[in-house]
Write a new protein. Structure first.
Length: 373
């Protein structure tokens, strides 16, 4: 008989690699207990294929079915390998694992219309011989929701009963927040770019996938007039619930608002501050007016960008800013933990979307169960 060990798999909007979390659940308790995690970096060829698909995804009609199908199979095998790796690392057997919850890799997301994730769940199920649950966005979209964000469900499970108001802030390629607490009806939405714009520029001009520790941004100057101009973009005036992706915050966005910045370090510094500024702007406009918030709990790759975090602390001086690690949710694995939880609740047929955050008409069970092919 399989235990209550669950594996969560995720590849985020930065597509650095596959994050793997092994968690367990106590009886009648939805709070996931983190056991272990690993990060498996993508081969360079796979990373380029993902980047090419996302870059072509301004419209769903631009996506090549052949390329999607081929990469879907490749990622399915890679995701299966990572699940087998953590099982081996912990000295477990496949019989010890109740299920795998896999988000896959998003290559296209248009709110309320279509969200495409690849990383074939049937292949994962067959390769591992473990029930695999994926496709966590479609049911919410069918219920009239954005299909995002999904993180509020984990945030509500972990922080929903706290007496103080808490903001959880995840900074991946896109930044998203959840406002929760005992007396707060959950609010969640994508604030705008997280690392996406910064990564584009560091890759283009500094031949590196990201600004490690924010060191490049630290050496540049923030040019505020371009930030004020970009902050007038229509996305920031849309009221929640709302979600976005790299289809919107891309090179064209940089060209539209920041092309006149000549020094590349200044450009990275300005884009880094822009991420912090849009987070602050969103909180002030849509959260602080309604709720008293005492703490911001950060997770995601952006937490490693020390310059970005220092900008946030500077422009939000009255709020305590900390890491999700403090609460037993390791920052680098938080999204993988989420998909372990979503898979577990799907199996138990427990509704696992939050309509106040996604805009769905009703609560529903998200996820599809795969048992191999």
């Amino acid at each position: 008989m399989r235990s209550n060990y669950v594996i969560g798999l995720n590849s985020g909007t930065s597509f650095d690699g596959i994050d793997v979390a092994l968690v367990k659940f106590k009886k009648n308790d939805l709070r996931p207990i983190f056991v272990d995690g690993i990060v498996c970096e993508y081969p360079k060829k796979i990373k380029e294929q993902i980047r090419e698909l996302i870059a072509s995804a301004g419209s769903i009609h631009n996506l090549s079915p052949q390329k999607i199908s081929k990469l879907d199979i490749s990622l399915g095998n890679l995701f299966a390998n990572t699940a087998l790796q953590i099982i081996k690392k912990r000295g477990l057997k496949k019989e010890d694992i109740l299920l795998i919850g896999s988000h896959g890799q998003t290559i296209y997301h248009k709110p309320r219309v279509k969200s495409v994730q690849i990383g074939n769940g049937k292949i994962i199920a067959k390769r591992t011989d473990i029930k695999t649950i994926n496709d966590f966005r479609e049911a919410d979209i069918k219920a009239g929701g954005e299909g995002a964000p999904l993180m509020p469900f984990l945030d509500q499970v972990c922080f929903g009963k706290t007496k103080k108001g808490i903001i959880t802030l995840n900074i991946g390629g896109i930044a998203n927040i959840t406002a929760t607490g005992k007396n707060i009806k959950p609010i969640a939405f994508d604030t705008g770019p997280g690392n996406a714009l910064i990564d584009l520029v560091t890759r283009k001009y500094f031949n590196t996938d990201f600004d490690r520790d924010g060191l490049i941004a630290k050496k540049g100057n923030v040019i505020f007039k371009y930030i004020k101009k970009a902050a007038l973009d229509p996305y920031f005036r849309i009221s929640p619930p709302k979600s976005t992706g790299k289809e919107y915050f891309n090179q064209q966005f940089i060209d539209r608002y920041f092309s006149q910045i000549k020094k590349k370090r200044d450009l990275i510094s300005t884009l880094t501050f822009f991420t912090a500024y849009t987070i602050k702007y969103s909180l002030e406009k849509y959260v602080f007016r309604k709720h008293k918030i005492s703490e911001i709990v950060i997770s995601g790759g952006g937490l490693k960008n020390k310059t970005l975090v220092s900008f946030l602390k500077k422009i939000l001086p009255r709020i305590n800013i900390t890491s999700s690690d403090k609460y037993g949710l390791p920052s680098k694995y938080k999204e993988a933990i989420l998909f372990a939880l979503l898979g577990y609740t799907c199996l138990k047929q427990i509704p696992n979307n939050i309509p106040s955050c996604t805009g769905a008409r009703k609560k529903t069970v998200t996820g599809k169960i795969c048992v191999g092919i």
